[in-house]
Design a binder for this molecule. Structure first.
Ligand code: ATP
Length: 421
């Protein structure tokens, strides 16, 4: 089976809003073995929408439309679909009541304009929207099944998962494509690629590919099978092999972040952490507290940006700073050690560096960052050159991720899991 995805909205056509719906839908369709012929974005004009619907219905088995089902004058998908089908819109009173009760549950009365959302092309079927007012529409046109869903990503996703996916999956006879991504940190994309290059050969099933974003390398595995069980079995075998080769470079899978991985290890080990930050300005404290339940392991974060603040709050000797500079190994060390002592935590991180764009010298270029990690066994400082090709925000993000990763590796080593930190 193949599909065409139409996203409706002038804000999308103008590039003011990024069309995330099509990408998300294409991924979900792949999971149930439906290929996507193309994505089309159309502004809020009835004729172009109608033309695109007609054209898509001449070509694809499935046409998925998102957006333009709202109550306002620029929401024209239902009218365009009715025109393409050559039928009238018909008011379904029971759906007026459903929309009315959606408002009532939130203590509001239904604006009259919303009644249009209870109109459907004759011969089509409504699809319930449990998190918004716009019901979806299911219809047949030409050789295609047509599904029109709301534009709001959360509403569209919920509707697709609950109603549309099962209907399509039934037609594809169980063929599936499943995917997982193993998230890695601590090596470049080409290094990682080299370690798994034979698995990345084209034509293999599962396919393996890499993506890179802010230092995180994602190893994507896509597995095809005639059934979910077959696809999963193939995927698991490849995943195991990738894990065997990449070891502790992998910190998590799918949506798991470095923060999640660190939080899990801290909680499992019953350990606490505090941070003393300079160039990251609180970013590491933010990362450590991104995860619900972070009070179990996070004690405090100090942003000691000025030299005087490092001395006043952490007791870093002024002459140490004067002698070595604020961005130096001894100052980073003193920050983590003092932070750990003052906050009585198992671990403490210290960070000092030059995020730029100004302030770099030949000796200490933009992108130079010292990261210290103190625990009961002592304090280790690492020097990082993130490179002046990164901008200020990227250097700060990279420094925060590197610090989180160093803590992750230390926690794994202490927990008895093999690692090189
Ligand atoms: P509702 O009645 O809930 O407004 P709708 O079907 O009318 O639903 P739209 O008005 O088209 O939806 O879009 C609602 C919101 O969702 C807008 O903020 C829009 O930018 C966003 N949106 C619409 N389509 C997409 C898309 N393809 N990708 C990402 N966001 C989208």
């Amino acid at each position: 089976m193949d599909a065409i995805i139409l996203s409706i909205g002038s804000e999308l056509a103008l590039g003011e809003t990024i069309d995330t719906n099509s990408a998300w839908l294409a991924q979900r369709l792949a999971e149930i073995g439906v290929g996507v012929l193309r994505h089309v974005t159309v502004g809020d004009d009835i004729e172009p929408i109608r033309r695109q619907i007609e054209q898509a219905c001449g070509e694809a088995d499935v046409v998925l439309i998102t957006g333009g089902l709202g109550p306002t004058a620029d929401d024209l998908t239902r009218q365009a679909l009715a025109a393409a089908m050559g039928v009238e819109l018909v008011l379904r009173p029971e759906w007026v009541e459903k929309i009315r009760s959606f408002f009532a549950c939130r203590g509001r009365s239904m604006p009259q304009a919303n009644a249009i959302q209870a109109q459907f092309p004759a011969g089509s079927e409504p699809i319930e929207n449990t998190c918004g007012t716009a019901p979806g529409i299911r219809a047949s046109l030409g050789r295609s099944m047509v599904f029109a869903m709301p534009g709001v990503p959360r509403e569209m996703r919920e509707m697709f998962e609950r109603d549309v996916r099962p209907m399509l999956a039934e037609r594809t006879g169980g063929a599936v494509l499943i995917a997982t991504v193993l998230n890695c940190f601590g090596a470049g994309e080409s290094d990682i690629g080299q370690q798994i290059d034979d698995l990345m050969q084209r034509g293999r099933n599962p396919t393996v590919g890499t993506t890179a974003k802010q230092g995180v390398i994602g190893v994507r595995i896509h597995s095809r099978g005639r059934s979910a069980a077959e696809a999963r079995k193939l995927l698991e075998a490849t995943e195991q092999e990738v894990r065997r080769r990449l070891g502790t470079l992998i910190y998590g899978r799918d949506s798991e972040t470095l923060s999640d991985a660190v939080a899990r290890l801290l909680v499992e080990g019953g350990k606490t952490v505090s941070v003393a930050e300079s160039c990251t300005g609180g970013l590491i404290a933010k990362r450590l507290t991104d995860v619900p339940g972070s009070s179990r392991y996070f004690r405090a974060g100090l942003v000691t940006y000025a030299n005087e603040a490092k001395t006043m709050w952490l007791g870093v000797p002024a002459d140490l700073i004067a002698g070595h500079g604020a961005v130096s190994e001894p100052v980073a060390r003193a920050m983590a050690e003092a932070c750990r002592r003052l906050n009585a935590t198992d671990y403490a991180i210290g960070v000092t560096g030059i995020a730029g764009p100004e302030g770099g010298t030949a000796d200490k270029p933009v992108g130079l960052v010292f990261i210290s990690l103190a625990d009961a066994a002592g304090c280790r400082v690492t020097r990082h050159l993130f490179g002046d090709f990164l901008n200020r925000g990227e250097i700060r993000e990279r420094a925060a991720s590197t610090a989180m990763n160093l803590l992750r590796l230390r926690l794994m080593a202490r927990g008895g899991q093999a690692c090189s930190a």
